[in-house]
Design a protein around this ligand. Sequence first.
Ligand code: KIV
Length: 285
Amino acid sequence: MSAIRPSRKRSITNIRAQKGGQPIICLTAYNAMMAEILDPHVDLLLVGDSAGTVLHGHDTTIPVTVEELIYHGRSVMRANVKALVVVDVPFGSFEASPEQAHATTTRILKETGADAVKIEGGIAQAPTIDFLTKRGVPVMAHIGLRPQAVRATGGYRIVGKTPEECANLKQDAEAVAAAGAFAVVLEGVVEPLAAEITALIDIPTIGIGASRQCDGQILVTEDMLGMFDRTPKFVRKFANLKQTISEAVKDYTGEARARSFPGDDEVYRGDKRAIPFPVKQSREG
Ligand code: KIV
């Protein structure tokens, strides 16, 4: 049986070609349910290690494991049709050596079927990115505010407030581009610096808390859907799902307690022949 994917599936070549053109639209996804909703609308789905904080109640992304991201990546891939799917490489699974990074990233790609990996780190990770990309592992880099480094940097700090930070970040961007990254996430970077880096390097920049001049944008889906009361300044809430869910749950619990749910039409009376369960459509239609 042919495993050839539909031609509308995005590749890293398509993403690279959007440099300076149509904005590259990205969101995070951790499971098939959400990926199915997002996939038709975005260019890239990131199976981020933010799953640790967003879904699993951790304070940082540091405890997230390779196994957890493989689990989430496999789930996302079951719903993926169009978007390029990128899986984060978690803290502690790649930094020791390019060889360690190669073992981890090839495992992630083989076990999830995803298209690429994302690695946090600039100039220090450039030799690893070079090693991986020369061996067929597509890498998206992530520089600026690096959530995996919060213990080392003393917290979630915006980058680019001093001339030294600006010079370092430009070096990071140039180094990951030269090492073969197909795109780079700029997180928590002051606006003029993000715009300058976008003009400086020849690979797409994907901004989060950065600049609308970036070649693309990414947000954590649950942030932009309003699942949390507190969100960072750079998040725009495009919905208020926390409130919508709370209201729906209040309605359900009220009706179940009052025994007005289930209603007459919501029970099986046994007077008809088999009632078919809904059958899931295959992705190919
Ligand atoms: O883990 C994640 O979701 C990320 C994005 C916020 C860029 O790294």
